[in-house]
Ligand binder design. Structure first.
Ligand code: SF4
Length: 444
């Protein structure tokens, strides 16, 4: 029975995108129609992100815009901001009548019913219930070729600058049998690439061994990688990995299976042991370098990418230089550099000795320039090589080019048309730009 139209606007990370896909699955099954326009909708949901204060503010701006529209939809806030801020959202944005936490996505249809039946305020910030599904209907997936598959949610690490353990709760791993079955279904549907996602995928630790048979001495994540590789899906990528839990058996599993793509994202955050301790990351620079050495010693070349936070409270000029040295040593294929931004509710927010905006900006420019040099060398080494590109769509910068990703997660543009979308094409690289490669189709 048709119950009305729903618009969902998603902010933030891949986990939020995956949650939106799952929410849409449940809502459609309950009789709702998903719409792409907020103005047409009976219900408008904002799936929110709290990692940065700015993303949080943007949600309130959007709520105001929707409220001023011609129709008066039921407005709900779901995701991290709902979980963290709770009822204060009702006070801050009185037009919001529904709050749905990060583990209550599957209960959305019932919660919406309650609000539409007249309840003034509906709020569910509870835990995931036994038997609730992680599965997503193919119809709700954003792409017909690349699928996000959550394998773990939450985080137990409590880095001092991060709000995620508070918004997403403790780590919960999805049963391996379920993950493998979902990927088998995706392969049958013609998907070429899956991304195993989670705040820390390599902290994967399911309650049962089921689906992880074989390689019993290895860590659960390495065993999961082997099980997923055995489905035969052409490409498997995973993000994000936590350095302390990145054991050598992960690289061994990747070396054994070519469909485990040659890309590893391993956020280091700082090159100073003191700063890492203050961030409560749980590893030292030497531990991180040992992981990099294992990756570099592997049978294949793995593209290695990372995240750095500069200007963490108390970071001295010398400690920043230690980070520069680490970046030089690691030779990352790309690097996401973040200026430290204070997050209310985290232990780091109470730290003194704030790095000034000017100093932060100067460090950013310095690190960016170093990474640019490293990246230019790495990217130019691809010229003349043939890479395999999964075509995602038309290029936004040219009317004659299409764009896609390599197995090492580099963007490649090349002349082609929309008929190639979804196909894996061999591309000879003819040029390298700062953040992408350019090439031409070739036969192999
Ligand atoms: S590992 Fe640290 S940075 Fe990553 S989600 Fe957990 S607390 Fe946040």
């Amino acid at each position: 029975m048709y119950k009305g139209s729903i618009y969902i606007e998603t902010f933030g990370c891949q986990m939020n995108t995956a949650d939106t896909e799952r929410a849409a699955t449940g809502l459609r099954a309950a009789g709702y129609q998903l719409t792409q326009q907020a103005e047409d909708a009976d219900v408008v949901l904002f799936n929110t992100c709290s990692v940065r204060a700015r993303a949080e503010q943007k949600v309130f701006t959007r709520i105001g815009e929707v409220r001023r529209g011609a129709k008066e939809p039921l407005i709900g806030v779901m995701g991290c901001v709902a979980q963290l801020e709770g009822e204060t959202i009702f006070a801050q944005a009185p037009s919001v009548r529904l709050l749905v936490g990060t583990r209550a996505t599957d209960r959305l249809p019932t919660l919406i019913e309650q609000a539409r039946a007249g309840a003034r305020r509906v709020i569910d910030l509870g835990e995931r219930q036994a038997g609730e599904e992680w599965a997503v209907s193919p119809a709700e997936r954003r792409s017909k070729h690349v699928a996000f598959v959550p394998i773990i949610e939450g985080c137990n690490k409590f880095c001092t600058y991060c709000i995620v353990p508070y918004s997403r709760g403790r780590e919960r791993s999805r049963p391996a049998v379920e993950i493998v079955a979902e990927i088998e279904r995706l392969r049958e549907l013609g998907y070429s690439e899956v991304h195993l996602i989670g705040q820390n995928v390599n902290s994967y630790r399911p309650k049962t061994e089921s689906g992880l048979e074989g390689h019993t001495g290895a860590t659960p994540f390495a065993r999961l990688l082997r099980a997923v590789a055995a489905t035969g899906i052409p490409r498997i990528k995973y993000t994000t990995s936590f350095p302390r839990d990145f054991h050598t058996d992960i690289v061994q599993a990747m070396d054994e299976h070519e469909n485990l793509c040659n890309w590893i994202h391993l956020p280091v955050q700082s090159g100073s042991d003191r700063v890492l301790r203050s961030m409560r990351r749980g590893y030292k620079v030497s531990d991180y370098l040992a992981r990099v050495e294992a990756i570099r010693g592997a049978k294949r070349r793995y593209a290695l990418t990372s995240d750095i936070i500069i200007g963490f409270p108390g970071e001295t000029r010398k400690e920043f230089k230690d980070t520069m040295r680490l970046v030089e040593q690691c030779q990352f294929d790309s690097l996401y550099i973040f200026k430290y931004s204070k997050r209310r509710g985290t232990p780091a927010a109470k730290l003194a000795d704030i790095v000034s905006d000017n100093e932060m900006a100067a460090r950013f420019v310095e690190l960016e320039a170093l990474q640019k040099e490293i990246q230019a060398q790495i990217f130019s080494a691809y010229v003349g090589q043939t890479v395999s590109v999964l075509v995602a769509g038309e290029s936004t910068r040219s009317t004659v080019d299409v764009t896609g990703h390599t197995t090492c997660n580099k963007v490649v543009n090349f002349p082609g048309d929309v008929s190639l979308i979804g196909r894996i094409a061999p591309i000879r690289v003819t040029g390298a730009k700062a953040h992408s490669l350019y090439g031409e189709r070739c036969e192999i």
